[in-house]
Design a binder for this molecule. Sequence first.
Ligand code: FAD
Length: 441
Amino acid sequence: TVSVALLSQDLRLHDNPVLHAAHAAADEVVPLFVLDPDIAAAGFAAANRQAFLGDCLADLDASLRRIGGRLVLRRGRAAEETARLAREVDAVSVHVAAGVSAFAHRRESELRKEFGDRLHVHDASLTAAAPGAVTPAGKDHYAVFTPYFRAWQQTARRVPHAAPRALRTPDGPRSEPIPRVRPDSPGLPEGGEGAARRLWRDWDVDGYADLHDDLAADGTSHLSPYLHFGCLSAAELVHLASGRGGEGAEAFVRQLVWRDFHHQVLAARPSAAWQNYRGKGDRWRHDEAETEAWRQGRTGFPIVDAGMRQLAHEGWMHNRARLLTACFLTKTLYQDWRIGARHFLSLLVDGDLANNQLNWQWVAGTGTDTRPNRVLNPTVQADRFDPDGTYVRRWVPELADVPGRAVHRPWKLPEPPAGYPAPIVDPQDTSARLRHARGLD
Ligand code: FAD
């Protein structure tokens, strides 16, 4: 007998409930990945993520071959290609992870129509706690993080599955070559389960509690792209970190719960990907010159520009920098969060519909933040999270010679630094437009 494991954001052998179930269900398994043109058409196939995905698929194929199997890659609409393949191998069952996006919901219903009860949807793959497993009485999801976190901590933990030791894939099905795409960002990390496990092994989680907000120290795990593509399972990471214990591990698990939190919001409200989760919508300003200055990292606010340039160079940005660059666009410039979310998705190697859109909404005050009018003053943030200016000097070469924290206020220097723009809004009042637009004055 043969089963099909349709993989998408679960490109790993360790703790893979989909592969595990497919393996248990039949003598042979076809691990299938479908490059779906619908994803490219919706603008999600950013070059950085496509390049990283190529690494992930190559790594998975190599790992499968080591235990006797291989990856089968096809191009086309996921449900149709899966149906075609299932006919070719006369599959007894098809296994897939539950997703949270509108795309995933549609794919699942198409697969259901095709396979009926031969389709097995596994909700333990994408997040540590399945969306819907932690809900307040009478509601389908939590809208506030802290009570979600408390309830999450009370839920039973699943013991992660070991990686399969042997797995046979039938010889018949043809496979397309793994696509190799050139990334837009030169400093992209290497993708794949092997790289993810090495990164976790070599990273010091104990320092996380103290260092996670320090921009220059860059002390976070950098695991986000691997979590996005499922090179590591969130459940296994929670298990590993909890086993280690200590303040760093606790703080790290809390961040993983933010990931679960946003996923359960999107699972319950797929429309929140592009529509305000809360509120009818602001009358955002539209100023293309300002937006472009923000995208290019030329706003004249060094901490904002440093973050935006890190994004362009690495396809990744530190969480503190994401918060303050997003706040600058939506609350200081007062521009629509969707413009920013789209730009982030075009470059982020971890660009993720649940995490990106719902963090943008959180910052913009249209999402789950209980203080929707909070404004992060970029210069105050810079003094606090980059106290001696190292992060700014790393990313903004025009300011490389400005010593100490003076680098955060170039407008106060006796000589303006050559080639660096003047601030595009008044640095003394970075919340003026928000206050005005929301009638808070
Ligand atoms: P660590 O600090 O090591 O955290 C470990 C893991 O926890 C992360 O890999 C991530 O999976 C999860 N996590 C941490 N913080 C958050 C958070 N606030 N929300 C959800 N999950 C979190 N994260 C993405 O994975 N994809 C995105 O597209 C994305 N877009 C964002 C956009 C904005 C405007 C903001 C403010 C945040 C965004 N984040 C996104 C969340 C967060 O910034 C990144 O997950 C984090 O910076 C990744 O670095 P790390 O792996 O070193 O994180």
